[in-house]
Design a protein around this ligand. Structure first.
Ligand SMILES: [Zn+2]
Length: 214
């Protein structure tokens, strides 16, 4: 697996009229990825998309480029090699992001930050990246002046599970268990007040004991 140090946020800058006929963004995502494939496939046969993830306005997440592979999205070669590109469908230079899309974006970025141990300071907007072409930042408007960057960042904390915030009473303990693979939660959640079944307890005991023995 390549080393991932950055998450770069983009918008698709697509026209708002497209959103009416393509509510979840699947058609726009498909077109964006298809265009990127047509451009790069001869040079990089495994190339799928310029973005690793695309988020539609209803909050649906589409997978583009596999995370194991870099994608050409950040206008900086080194950053491309070490980043994951996330594209929010819409134009946030002119429009406002719907709540469902924002929430899906927070959940996805939070998961990626935790999974790849990306420093929060390296969650950047495309325009924050120093361009290889102009050698400065702000050489693009992407992801637009209305992109809710500050609110998104304020909700991205390094949490082991989305329902365990850093101020949770047993945050440290739960994070420790997650890190060591003792408790894995379900769909990104820990469900702290849910009951554990005998089966789950057996798994926890098994994981601890095999760690002690090996
Ligand atoms: Zn961009």
């Amino acid at each position: 697996m390549r080393n991932i140090n950055y998450i770069i946020l983009h918008h698709s800058a697509t026209a708002p009229m497209l959103n009416q006929s393509d509510r979840d963004g699947s058609a726009i995502s498909e077109v964006i990825c298809k265009r990127a494939r047509a451009h790069w496939e001869s040079e990089f046969p495994l190339y799928r998309c310029d973005y690793h993830f695309l988020i539609g306005r209803s909050g649906k997440v589409f997978k583009g480029q596999p995370v194991e592979l870099p994608a050409w999205h950040a206008t900086n070669y080194k950053v491309n090699l070490e980043s994951i590109g996330v594209c929010f469908i819409g134009n946030f230079q002119t429009g406002i992001m719907p709540k469902a899309q924002f929430e899906a974006g927070v959940a996805l970025v939070r998961k990626l930050v935790y999974m790849f141990d990306v420093p929060i300071k390296n969650v950047l907007r495309h325009k924050d990246v120093i361009s290889d072409i102009t050698h400065r930042a702000n050489s693009t408007l992407c992801p637009g002046k209305n992109f809710p960057y500050v609110s998104l960042l304020s909700l991205i904390n390094k949490t082991p599970f989305e329902d365990i915030p850093p101020d949770y009473k047993y945050f440290k303990e739960i994070e420790f268990l997650k890190k060591h693979g003792i408790m894995e939660g379900e769909n990104g959640k820990f469900n702290p007040k849910a009951f554990a079944s005998r089966e789950e307890l057996a798994l926890v005991a098994y994981r601890i004991l095999t760690k002690l023995i090996n």
